[in-house]
Design a protein around this ligand. Structure first.
Ligand code: ADP
Length: 373
């Protein structure tokens, strides 16, 4: 475990970059340091692998003061990924990734075999092994940076704004890849970003820092969204907090009905919904129909929008689906795209209220002082 104990960093010019920071970074999970530019995130990260040392306080690594550990052994146990990847421009992709294993004394062939494995792990086509960094896109370079950091199989990964310089679509791909790799490898990851959405998507725990390197809040992301510690955190989280929190509630508990679902050509029973969801023979959705028009054999259907995958997608996806649906009903499908059932906006609303009540027992039902009587 990485533990900050009242760590302060004062630079020689008097700037206090980090101010009495205390933080316990849990093992085998992703902890994100987030906050506005200049709030001390990078300085905090660089103190973990001793690229800079605290002015006061100490950092414990598995209970031992980091200053007591030889710097080279400590750095070897921590992969480091930075913005723009920081690759060696005159080395091929495979040699960039093999750098650390080679330094650690692995023979060339072994190091290259490992590098090729890592390329696949981070979603890079091994055919790119002989390219030079300038022949790769920004997103591909970042993948090489992650592969290089993983090459010596360190228990800790330090990542400093690794995805900030790539466009939003590529960034989302890199984030998904990181979560997938983390699910397989279970590293202790400390991830710095100024992007609160990235922090919420990636973090098991999120530390929000304010200018002057002071900790504003340290919580799991759903807690951050539901109970920001103060006005600074609330402001930093931005709008749509309630909607974004729905991402943490699963759709498995949502009550679906199959009553309005009908296979094309089959006779429709009168049901509770003002519309029928017409499917093909494999139960894949085709569109919504008004019952009377369907009975009269009319073919025109209203679009069903984007369905949500029951269990896998969140209540946020289900709500979005219901809001975007021309009928106000969301379509739930299984992994193969077959209809499991449909739910009205009211039903989605009830599931949201139930999820809130389960997540914060007592809070939702608390009376508002001064109201009623
Ligand atoms: P962040 O990563 O959150 O943007 P930094 O840790 O890079 O913040 O910087 C925190 C503060 O420390 C800033 O005010 C920055 O200007 C200052 N700072 C960073 N490095 C140095 C340095 N080497 N000398 C003096 N001040 C520095």
């Amino acid at each position: 475990m990485i533990r900050f104990e009242s760590v302060t960093k004062r630079y020689p010019d008097g700037t206090v970059a980090v101010d009495a920071l205390s933080l316990e970074i849990p093992d085998r999970s992703i902890t994100v340091l987030v906050g506005p530019s200049g709030c001390g995130k990078t300085t905090s990260l660089r103190m973990i692998n001793r690229m800079t040392d605290p002015s006061d306080g100490r950092i414990l690594l598995d209970g031992e003061d980091s200053r007591r550990q030889p710097v080279h052994a400590l750095r070897r146990s921590m992969g480091y990924v930075i913005q723009h990847a920081g690759l060696f421009p005159h080395r091929t992709v495979v040699d960039n990734i093999a750098t650390v294993p080679r330094l650690l004394g692995r023979d060339r062939r072994e190091a290259r075999t490992r590098a090729l494995e890592l390329m696949e792990r981070v979603g890079l086509d091994p055919a790119m092994a002989r390219r030079y960094p300038y022949q790769l896109s920004g997103g591909q370079q970042q993948r090489v940076g992650v592969a290089r950091a993983l090459a010596a199989d360190p228990p800790v990964l330090l990542m400093d704004e690794p995805f900030s310089a790539v466009d939003p679509v590529v960034r989302k791909g890199l984030q998904e890849e990181l979560l997938r790799i983390q699910a397989e490898l279970g590293k202790t990851i400390v991830f710095v970003t100024h992007d609160i959405d990235e922090a919420i998507r990636l973090g098991d725990m999120v530390a929000v820092l304010r200018t002057g390197g002071r900790l504003a809040q340290f919580d799991p992301p759903d807690r951050l969204l539901s109970a920001p510690a103060d006005a600074f955190v609330e402001d930093f989280l931005g709008t749509d907090r309630g909607i974004r929190r729905l991402s943490f509630f699963g759709s498995a508990q949502l009550e679906l009905t199959t009553a309005p679902v009908v296979a094309l050509g089959a006779a429709a029973e009168p049901g509770p919904a003002p519309y029928l969801l017409v499917t093909d023979a494999e139960r894949r959705p085709l569109g919504w129909a008004e019952p009377a028009r369907y009975a009269a054999g009319e073919q025109a259907l209203l679009p069903y929008g984007r369905p949500f995958e029951v269990g896998r997608d969140s209540l946020r996806a289900a709500l979005d689906c219901a809001v975007l649906s021309p009928t106000g009903w969301a379509v739930g499908v299984d992994g193969a795209g077959r209809v499991v059932g449909v739910a009205s906006q009211e039903t989605v609303g009830a599931a949201i209220r139930a999820a809130h009540a389960a997540a914060t027992p007592g809070e939702d039902a608390a009376p508002v002082a001064g109201v009623g009587g």
